[in-house]
Write a protein that binds this ligand. Sequence first.
Ligand SMILES: [Zn+2]
Length: 502
Amino acid sequence: MKEPLAVIRPPVALLTMLALLLIPLTCETHAQRRSNARARTAAGARMTRDPEIARMLAEIDARNIERTIRKLVSFGTRNTLSAQDDPKRGIGAARDWLYSEFQQIAQTSGGRMSVEKQAYTQAAQPPPRGRVPTATVVTNIVATLKGTQAESVNRVYVVSGHYDSICTSTIDAKCDAPGANDDGSGTAAVLEMARVMARHEFDATIIFMTVAGEEQSLLGSTHFAEVAKQQHMNIEAMFTNDIIGSSLGATGVRDRREVRVFSEGVPSNETEQEANTRRGTGGENDAPSRQLARFIKEVAATYTPGFDAWLVYRRDRYLRGGDHIPFLERGYAAVRFTEPNENYNHQHQNARVENGIQYGDLPEFVDFAYVAQVARLNAAALASLARAPARPKNVLILTQRLTNDTDLKWDANNEPDLAGYEIVWRDTTSPVWTNARFVGRVTTYTMPGMSKDNYFFGVRAVDRAGHRSPVSYPKPLGRQQRENPSNPPASGAGANTPPPVP
Ligand SMILES: [Zn+2]
């Protein structure tokens, strides 16, 4: 089995590997010195454990997840093009059942959760290019748990699964499409998180969402993300859970110890100017979604011992897509959770036996206890995000003076329980943050003797209970680019990339 990437917890295995790798390339003492320095300080980048979050995770129950998945399968098909008015079979029956489940959960929230059917009519997108032969109503079930802190209630975290399913043909609305794993698993995880978390309070708002039309090309999630953008909704992070149901891969490998978390390194919505800045300063590994993935890995180390986030530094699986992409395209940080080893015999297949092999996305191939573990990691991450302060805004590295120090600056947070900020840093080749320093309630800080040329830096906010925000990665603020002398000299926020200094 693969050794999980060790991180923020003292990454002994990783460091040993790194040290071994470095020895042939550089002198041993140098490698050893750097490794030791990192090991000593890595513990400083860890999170603080919130006992109430730990209790929530204990309340997540695999039996509820199994019950939901079997119920979803009982609707025969949940193809987005299937019946919307049959009470027993088709996506309409699944939609109404989910709506009623979320409504029952809302009753336990002390009036903080509201449930909405968010519907729109998708115009026809005829085959072969499209997957919607005739105009079709697509309905998302959106359960919103309002935050309890005035300064944070408009800060939103979204967790989603898709409740539609398909068989071999995307547009066959009649065939059985059990969709137990894809994506009964994600839907059941979201419902179970809502059940447990509705009874707890969070500073920020959490949206528990199940969407339709994913298999028709991300229709429901695109609609939600577009409406959110139009309404200037402040979505700070989005998780999609899609195919999180099986711990047993097609290769016969059983892996109950981790879930893949896919994140992009270069933003899907990056502008040409941002690309220029990135070319001049680095940062192709530091988009907000990547910081979110690193945050989830720290959460796993803190709350789900024995169950890790396997960070995959890609937007999604190779040339494939999911419901996080419409969010990424609109500038929201988002990641995808998916089981470690997929079995394609059980995805997008008519249920059948061929040459003794059972095909189809059936409940017998779902590991309900595994889904519960993925739900726990999601819930721990969501709860940690929604109890923490917002990530710092307008984080800048000042470049006016040539120096071997690193000068950082950011906007003040406004949460009343803010304790201050941490500067985090890592070697440029490290996949995760390795060091953190608490610097108090300031909005500028200078890292003496540590050059921005040699490390990546970030800033995160910390509240009095020790909840930490994800890291904000700084942009450069400095002198005018020399190669474009027609521009006026830079004098404030939003200035250009610093010039290359000969
Ligand atoms: Zn799916």
